[in-house]
Design a protein around this ligand. Structure first.
Ligand SMILES: C=CC1=C(C)c2cc3[nH]c(cc4nc(cc5[nH]c(cc1n2)c(C)c5CCC(=O)O)C(CCC(=O)O)=C4C)c(C)c3C=C
Ligand SMILES: [Fe+2]
Ligand SMILES: [Fe+2]
Length: 323
């Protein structure tokens, strides 16, 4: 029997294997999208092909090799597990996973849901950005019109301030504090974006990140957790100016100021990936310890935890009620 309702989870995309070709293929598709890099193609394409990729691919392949899980990239592994678990707990909803770039293909996933009366699209980016969420929504718009898809589709723009998201993050942090001991400082690290996008495209990503931080601080304080909380931006790519403060600079500064024990959580990453497992938990850990820090704990993403499952169930109910 066809299910009446569909759920389409969309994540960014990741290399399909740890080979130079697969990584090159992934980075090419991703970095040629004007939502991600806004330079004119005639100018950017030769730079990407002849200068960026020949350096980036051999550099990043070693990082992917260190974090690969059971024959797949962590981003794929956790996204797939999340989708499978949701399918188990929501037997009346058809749950599909797609990636903005690469596989599983967005068009095929949407086609699989064609028989559903209503489809909820959930980009797995808690804070809206033109570089991620809008890239998904624009692709879907093109697919929808070219395939004459007439289903009733609800898009979840973001959930940066949704009480269930704030609560899930709070509980994840609280559990880390209980199991690992309270740190001197908690650092919230979000993926950065080029600074020019904020003004040029009216991207409200930074405001959405700031709102998540503010609500999380309020939630912690209301529950008697008064650890200092700082926010910063990670994963800078390329030469232009990106939003600050930068996560590695903030961690080094904390260590230089005598802070010995930090926890880092990445609220903008719904599942763990190269940017959290390698960049934060390997590179930034090393940086903090080298700068004089003594203990560093990375609080995992919500991944396929019950906190995440309940959050997504709430998000679906929310759109049913309000959209
Ligand atoms: C101009 C380049 C980039 C912008 C803008 C950007 C925004 C952005 N990205 C994420 C989430 C993820 N990014 C990931 C990897 C990644 N990001 C960039 C560049 C930009 N990101 C690159 C080149 C890469 C690949 C890895 C590398 O070479 O360093 C990932 C993980 C993918 C994986 O395979 O694990 C995620 C997730 C957000 C949320 C965002 C803007 C808000
Ligand atoms: Fe990125
Ligand atoms: Fe990175």
């Amino acid at each position: 029997m066809d299910k009446k309702q569909g759920l389409l989870l969309v994540n960014l995309g990741t290399p399909s294997s740890v080979t130079p070709d697969a990584i090159k293929h992934y980075l090419t598709e991703f970095l040629l999208d004007r939502h991600v890099v806004d330079l004119p193609a005639f100018f950017w394409y030769p730079i990407l092909k002849y200068r960026v990729l020949p350096k980036r691919v051999p550099y990043i392949i070693n990082h992917y090799k260190k974090i690969w899980i059971d024959n797949s990239s962590p981003l794929m592994h956790y996204s797939q597990q999340l989708c499978d678990k949701l399918q188990q707990v929501l037997p009346n909803i058809d749950c599909q996973l797609a990636m903005t770039y690469g596989e599983p293909n967005l068009q095929l996933a949407l086609n699989n849901l064609k028989s559903c009366k209503k489809i909820t699209v959930l980009p797995l980016f808690p804070q809206y950005s033109t570089t991620t969420t809008l890239a998904v929504l624009d692709k879907l718009k093109i697919i929808k019109s070219s395939q004459s898809i007439t289903n009733n589709i609800h898009y979840i723009r973001d959930y940066a301030d949704h009480p269930s998201y704030i609560n899930a993050l709070y509980l994840q942090i609280k559990q880390a504090f209980e199991e690992q001991g309270e740190p001197e400082v908690l650092v919230l690290s979000y993926h950065g974006i080029p600074e020019r996008y904020i003004h040029k495209r009216k991207d409200d990503y930074i405001e959405r990140c700031q709102l998540t931080t503010l609500l999380l601080i309020e939630k912690c304080e209301a529950n008697g957790i008064n650890i200092p909380i700082e926010m910063a931006y990670q994963s800078k790519f390329g030469k232009g100016k990106w939003v600050t403060p930068n996560t590695s600079d903030s961690l080094e500064k904390l260590a230089h100021n005598g802070v010995k024990y930090v926890h880092v959580v990445c609220p903008g990453f719904s599942v763990d990936c190269i940017e959290t497992i390698y960049e934060i938990n390997e590179e930034n850990r090393e940086l903090f310890l080298q700068a004089g820090g003594k203990k560093f704990y990375y609080i995992p993403a919500l991944n396929d935890s019950n906190l995440q499952i309940n959050l997504i169930k709430d998000l679906i109910n929310y759109t049913q009620t309000y959209s």
